[in-house]
Design a protein around this ligand. Structure first.
Ligand code: ADP
Length: 603
């Protein structure tokens, strides 16, 4: 008895079944054949002996027909039957019609009882002959009796009964029985031997298949069954091999897919969390671990305690109930900075339609959010900057229309203001257009790079600034090296940069102030220094002055005609050509702007 790997018990092994079938077949067929033969031999012998006895009985009947009426018949009869009995070894008994034994070849007649009740005697009165088999206690053997009537002129005058022992027939019967039983026994033994050998041959391929199938079931999908039987087993083995090969292909495919997914998941920029139905974190990817500092001991903990926000588990619950994916935006504190995430939730639905986990993918949209916020700020600021001069222009125009036009002094004054405001608007729009131009990547790529001589730029600038400098009675000191400082940039934009910085210097320096411009080169950089003796910039404003629309002192700078764009444009230009701009300043002492740009490399 062996056991299946699944724990189910086999009732009978195939070998036992084959063996039992063989045994059943051979013993049943041999037993039936033996019984038939035994019976046939016995009946045949009995029949032959009966016929033989009948013949003998008829001969005796014919012999004794006349003797029965002789006066001293008793003695004659006795001697006659003894003679025949001695010759034939048969027991001969003669009876009269009353059943009285007249004479018997084996026993004295007077010792024998009346035989009328014997079956064969009864039947002999009405038949040609009658037979009976009975056990004789006298000789302790089974006897075959044949009785025939003795006639005298067609009248029955007595009965002649011949008896023969069945011992020889029974002895041969026993002998044949022993032979048949021995034959059956030998056949059973042979059947067992042949059955074992045959079943062994039949079982061998099955055993080989079971062994290989067990290996396959244990995951060794490279195993194959190798049997050559040229029968159904070989077909079965081939089919199992094919099945295994298909399974191997499928598993390899699944593994490759799983590896691909794991690789994608691990190398994804987005943080990925798997949450169970309670909101506990069950798995994370590398980005999640890095971004949120997830250590292995945090796996299995609730998302609220790990990420500090309940919206995550709340949404996971909603997705679990609705079985539909959902996207939310979430602000989380990461490394002391608040980041905005777009979190996508999707239920992981099993093949039995239950949800095992909720997948959540974090998409960091902080940058987008910032750009969006900045855009809003920009539009608000730009509108605000434009609306201020517009309100002013409208106000003065209305005043003029309401009657001030009559006074030429007022008219001139108001028109001058309107003119100044419209110039301010023009400057602002021009600055905005330039900013928009530089914001455009396509435009930036198209900017022509050329050798720009800083000395030449500053000399040209000097000419441009002469009037405003003179207007404010300021002095301009320029210091340039003997050799030209050459950079690889764009002339117009570098000029724009210089104008923006120096106009500020003039603007934020009171009358009689000094403005110094110097240029030199050091190592691989060109340096331009613009220093003024103006109002200066407060320390808290310094980090912000390069931001768009930022003005340090709003009321004062507005009267100075500032829009807050000039420096942001300047920084944009410097960085566009790979340079840097810095500022040092002291209130009421002055400010110094330092621009460094890479020198043109000699080929
Ligand atoms: P604005 O058009 O207002 O001058 P900018 O972007 O050019 O805008 O400058 C931003 C702010 O930086 C100015 O509003 C001013 O407050 C400050 N600033 C710039 N240059 C100087 C300077 N040379 N001296 C003092 N403050 C300055």
């Amino acid at each position: 008895m062996s056991v299946f790997s699944g724990g189910q018990k086999m009732k009978l092994s195939i070998r036992s079944r084959i063996l039992l079938s063989f045994l059943l077949l051979t013993t049943t067929s041999l037993s039936i054949l033996g019984a038939y033969l035994l019976n046939f031999f016995y009946q045949n012998n009995l029949e032959t002996t009966t016929k033989h006895l009948i013949t003998n009985a008829r001969i005796i009947e014919a012999t004794l027909e006349n003797t029965l009426y002789k006066p001293d018949k008793q003695s004659i009869l006795q001697s006659e039957i003894e003679k025949i009995s001695a010759l034939t070894n048969l027991r001969i008994t003669i009876l009269d019609l009353s059943g009285k034994v007249l004479t018997d070849s084996w026993e004295p007649a007077n010792t024998l009882d009346n035989h009328l009740d014997r079956k064969e005697i009864q039947a002999a009165f009405t038949h040609d002959y009658a037979t009976s088999i009975r056990y004789s206690s006298t000789i302790a053997q089974n006897m075959l009796y044949v009785a025939v009537p003795i006639y005298n002129d067609n009248d029955i005058v007595g009965i002649a009964r011949i008896a023969s022992t069945l011992a020889p027939i029974e002895a041969s019967y026993q002998q044949i029985r022993i032979i048949i039983l021995s034959a059956i026994l030998v056949t059973i033994l042979l059947t067992i031997i042949v059955g074992i050998a045959l079943s062994h041959r039949q079982i061998q391929p099955i055993k080989a298949m079971i062994a290989t199938a067990k290996h396959i079931a244990n995951g060794q999908l490279g195993c194959r069954i190798h049997i050559k039987t040229n029968d159904e087993f070989e077909i079965l083995a081939h089919t199992i091999n094919q099945l295994t090969s298909n399974l191997e292909d499928k598993i390899n495919e699944i593994n490759a897919e799983a590896k691909k997914s794991a690789l994608i998941l691990e190398n994804m920029d987005n943080a990925v969390f798997l949450l169970d139905s309670y909101g506990n974190i069950t798995a994370t990817n590398a980005s999640a671990n890095e971004l949120f500092q997830i250590t292995p001991d945090l796996i299995g903990r609730h998302s609220i305690s790990v990420l500090g926000d309940s919206l995550l588990s709340q949404t996971a619950q909603e997705v679990l109930i609705s079985q539909h994916s959902k996207s939310i935006s979430l602000k989380l504190k990461v490394n002391h900075t608040v980041k905005t995430f777009q979190v996508f939730f999707a239920p992981i639905i099993q093949h039995d339609n239950t949800i095992s986990d909720i997948l959540s993918v974090f998409h960091d949209i902080s940058m987008l959010q910032e750009i969006y916020d900045r855009q809003i700020d920009f539009v608000t600021n730009a509108s605000h900057e434009l609306s201020t001069p517009l309100t002013s222009i409208r106000g003065y125009t209305e005043t003029l229309l309401d009657g001030a036009l009559e006074s030429s002094d007022l008219s001139r004054k108001f028109l001058n203001i309107i003119h100044a405001e419209s110039e301010r608007m023009t400057r602002l729009v021009k600055d905005l257009l330039q900013l928009a131009k530089l914001d455009n990547k396509d435009y930036r790529n198209q900017i022509r790079l050329e050798s720009v001589n800083i000395n030449a730029i500053i000399t040209a600038l000097e000419a441009k600034l002469s009037i405003p400098i003179a207007n404010k009675q300021q002095s301009l000191i320029i210091s340039l090296p003997d050799t030209a400082v050459i950079i690889q940039a764009n002339y117009d934009w570098i000029m724009q940069l210089m104008i923006n910085i120096t106009e500020n210097a003039i603007k934020y320096t009171p009358s009689s102030g000094v403005i110094k411009i110097a240029a030199f080169q050091e190592e691989s950089s060109a340096y331009i220094i613009i220093a003024d003796s103006g109002v200066g910039i407060a320390p808290q404003d310094i980090p912000l002055i390069f931001d768009r629309f930022y003005r340090a002192d709003k009321s004062r700078t507005r009267t100075a005609g500032g829009s807050g764009i000039g420096l942001s444009l300047a920084r944009f230009i410097v960085e566009l050509f790979g340079g840097k701009i810095t500022v040092t300043s002291q209130l009421n002492i002055g400010s110094t702007f330092t621009i460094s740009l890479p020198l043109k490399q000699d080929k």
